[in-house]
Design a binder for this molecule. Structure first.
Ligand code: FAD
Ligand code: GLY
Length: 365
């Protein structure tokens, strides 16, 4: 009936299904509705430069995905008519202490040498770009090419695009286990030569995985403030917090990164820290309404890298553990998995992400 079954309808699973559609008959199975997992919680930063300390392979993967994003979004929006909230207005990294100023200078130096768009700017320039900022800024970096999307809109668009392209999506279908060419839910077995595990932080729950996927949750608490359009114009990073303005003015303030298992509670400590950081950057934000607070569970591995590639079971591929960058990495993950499913090879180097690093006999592409 189907050539490929994708387990999980988050940003990763839907991007993969969409990429394969047309070439393959694809079935997506999600235990809930699509897009209600971690993708729903994301801030939507597409920012390969702002967390990178060198040009390691993971940075290259993030950059390659970022390079394809504008086209990815353009095609999705044309196809579905859904505005994905894309913004290409760039990102400011701010330093208010000598220690963080030095770290930013080092980042600026290697990134400029490597030819990336990054500018060292003064506090006065920051205030010209962001008039609501009131913090004393020692130095700042501006990364004009960094961008963002609204993940909930993106996932809606991906689902619509999948349906238009002929993907079958079954919701309320919790997969219990997998084996070669078969996926078992509560009452049914689905067969297909290709199976893709894209069930995010819940991937380890599937019976029959070889190798097991040692993914664990890292909780992110996050909130949004209702602000007028144009109040903030760029994404901003400061200490461990970030601020992402949506096109309608809403300001996303994120995020904690906590090792507390599957607990998803919103806590005074978590939200309090985000609100304190927001008010430290701008004394104006304190008077705007808090619209929403929420949490999500990032799918993480001990080495911080995603798990993308063939498992030890022929025809079964993993696409999970995207931790802090699943939204950013969706297009490139989709293209890697589509290549692997279609012809067994990836055009992108994926050795660092091989499932076999967790100790199996699987072959790396
Ligand atoms: P999910 O979105 O969780 O999708 C997995 C799907 O699998 C779910 O729909 C679930 O219902 C389904 N599923 C699970 N188990 C089963 C089963 N047994 N059977 C059937 N279906 C199943 N990334 C960025 O790139 N930029 C950001 O700015 C960013 N900000 C973030 C902020 C926060 C607070 C958090 C928490 C994360 C952030 N991320 C960000 C990370 C990003 O959200 C994740 O890496 C990404 O959403 C993972 O996508 P996914 O499709 O693998 O997982
Ligand atoms: N990439 C932002 C986050 O994970 O919070």
């Amino acid at each position: 009936m189907h050539d490929v079954i994708v387990i999980g309808g988050g940003v990763i699973g839907l991007s993969i299904a969409r990429e394969l559609a047309g070439r393959k008959a694809v079935l997506v199975l999600d235990r809930g509705a699509t897009g209600e997992g971690t993708s729903w919680a994301a801030a939507g930063m597409l920012s390969p430069l702002s967390e990178a300390d060198d040009q390691d392979p993971f940075f290259q993967l993030c950059r390659a995905s970022h390079d394809s994003y504008r086209k990815f979004i353009g095609e999705l929006e044309d196809e579905t008519g859904i505005d994905c909230g894309y913004s290409g207005s760039g990102l400011l990294c701010l330093a208010c202490s000598e220690e963080s100023a030095n770290a930013l200078r080092r980042r600026c130096e290697w990134q400029r040498k490597a030819g990336f768009a990054v500018e060292n700017i003064s506090g006065d320039e920051v205030r010209r770009m962001e008039p609501l900022i009131t913090a004393d800024i020692l130095t700042a970096l501006f990364m004009p090419a960094e961008s963002s999307v609204a993940p909930r809109r993106l996932v809606n668009a991906l689902r619509e695009s999948c349906l238009k392209r002929g993907v079958e999506i079954r919701t309320g279908a919790r997969v219990q286990g997998i084996s070669k060419n078969a996926v078992r839910t509560d009452g049914l077995t689905f067969e297909a030569p290709g199976i893709v595990v894209a069930s995010g932080v819940w991937s380890p729950e599937l019976a029959g995985l070889d190798p097991p996927i040692p993914v664990y949750p890292r909780k992110g608490q996050i909130l949004s403030l209702c602000m007028p359009p144009g109040a903030f114009r760029h994404m901003i990073r400061w200490h461990h917090s970030y601020f992402v303005p949506r096109n309608n003015g809403d300001l996303i303030v994120g995020a904690t990164d906590e090792d507390v298992g599957f607990d998803r509670s919103v806590t005074p400590a978590g939200i309090g820290k985000l609100l304190a950081d927001a008010q430290a950057i701008s004394s104006h934000v304190g008077s705007y309404p808090i619209m929403e607070t929420w949490t999500g569970l990032r799918p993480a591995t001990q080495d911080g890298l995603p798990v993308i590639g063939p498992s030890a079971i022929p025809g079964v591929f993993y696409a999970t553990a995207h931790y802090r960058n699943g939204v950013l990495l969706a297009p490139i993950t989709a293209s890697i998995i589509a290549d692997l499913v279609s012809n067994g090879r990836s055009r992108v180097a994926i050795e660092p992400y091989a499932p076999s690093r967790f100790g199996n006999s699987g072959t790396d592409a």
